[in-house]
Design a protein around this ligand. Structure first.
Ligand SMILES: *Cc1c(COP(=O)(O)O)cnc(C)c1O
Length: 386
């Protein structure tokens, strides 16, 4: 669904766009239209909404609102999971096409390429998106897409989205960004000439760890048509209740992201001074290799922090299992803090060799910093590190 006026500020858009009072009842909050179908008053006047696979008012409200947060003139499409959104974006590629995939990426997307892209006859190869010069050499005549994540998972690498979009376009390829980690509050890839943005709305957009969802946002009319086809004809749609939860999440996204980021900065600073921590990955740290670029292309550094501990895998496992406030769990972006050990969790299906190539070491721990009190989070990590 296309967005409307984006001249308003971020939070005003998040709270109002697509959310006029309900035309039927005046309900101030967009209702959950839990209906599969809509009644026609006569054959001569088909209703605007006919059947909920094609369009549903709760989904439309969420899609309009999200699109307005990614950029003027954009359209958004809600999917039943982040991976369904990933699949929708990849559906643009035909057998024989080639995709360049940033090597540092979400484990599920890695698995998607390995299991599904290959089976569809789409070729792909990994590339180091941090080295713009070598990117040029990675393109093949059939390359039609480059796939990016910034900040990436789990190493929080920041890559130059505007520069990479330019290289992609020079080679007649589309540029896709998985914007899940930054959320639209901190980063708008479409403004950097990226063609397609995808989100796992399960994470910061939903924000409360109580739904699975995804979204695709684009400004390109041809791509809009292709993505809409996956929804309306392919049948990959988010249900009304999940759209309602995701829309409710958007309303507080700005305040939540500010707190996620300030807590994350405090935790990153604490960890970087801890004797048992050998390395901290957080683009907000001045020492981080992505810091300068993040200042340029983001409005904040996000709520994810990764770090390496002295003492190898054994110590990393014991720290991961010793926190009391941080829950040992997959996922991220919720109000509660989570701790994860990528080698045994998010990146467990990647072979040790593939992990090593990407710098995902056995002593790496990933944190999703929640909205608890800063001092409590730091005290918890302090006792877990021992
Ligand atoms: C979680 C996640 C996904 C997949 O989303 P689901 O909602 O779990 O299907 C994709 N990309 C990133 C960066 C993620 O964190």
């Amino acid at each position: 669904m296309a967005s409307e006026n984006t001249q308003l500020g971020f939070s005003t858009r998040a709270i109002h766009i697509g959310q006029e009072p309900d035309p039927g009842t005046g309900a101030t909050v967009t209702p959950i239209y839990q209906t599969s179908t809509f009644t026609w008053s006569s054959l001569g006047s088909p209703p605007h909404y006919m059947y909920s696979r094609l369009a549903n008012p709760t989904r439309t409200a969420f899609e309009k609102c999200l699109a307005s947060l990614e950029g003027e003139g954009a359209s958004g499409y809600a999917f039943p999971s982040g991976m369904a959104a990933v699949a929708a974006a990849f559906s643009i590629l035909k057998p024989g096409d080639h995709a360049l995939i940033m090597s540092d990426l979400y484990g599920g997307t890695y698995r998607y390429c390995e299991k599904i892209l290959t089976a569809r006859g789409v070729k792909y190869s990994y590339f180091d998106a941090g080295d713009i010069e070598s990117v040029e050499k990675s393109f093949q005549p059939e390359t039609r897409m480059i796939w990016l994540e910034s900040p990436s998972n789990p190493l929080l690498r920041v890559v130059d989205l505007a520069a990479l979009a330019k290289v992609a376009h020079r080679h007649n390829a589309l540029a896709v960004v998985d914007n899940t980690f930054a959320s639209p509050y901190f980063q708008n890839p479409l403004e950097l000439c990226i063609d397609i943005v995808i989100h796992s709305t399960t994470k910061y957009i939903g924000g409360h760890s109580d739904l699975i969802g995804g979204a695709v946002v684009t400004r390109n009319p041809e791509l809009m048509a292709a993505i809409e086809l996956v929804q309306t004809v392919g049948g990959s749609i988010a249900g009304p209740f999940d759209c309602w939860l995701a829309l409710r999440g958007l309303k507080t996204l700005a305040v939540r992201m500010e707190k996620h980021a300030s807590n994350a900065m405090a935790v990153a600073l604490f960890l970087s001074q801890h004797p048992k921590v050998s390395r901290v990955y957080y683009p907000g740290l001045k020492s981080d290799p992505g810091h300068k670029l993040a200042l340029r292309q983001m409005r904040g550094f996000g709520g994810m922090v990764s770090f390496e501990v002295e003492g190898g895998a054994e110590k990393a496992v014991s720290v991961s299992e010793s926190t009391r406030i941080f829950a040992l769990a997959e996922s991220l972006g919720g109000i509660e803090s989570l701790i994860g050990y990528p080698v045994r969790m998010s990146h467990a299906t990647m072979s040790p060799g593939e992990r090593a190539k990407r710098g995902i070491n056995d002593n790496l721990i990933r944190l999703s910093i929640g909205l608890e009190d800063t001092e409590d989070l730091i005290a918890d990590l302090k006792q877990a590190l021992g």
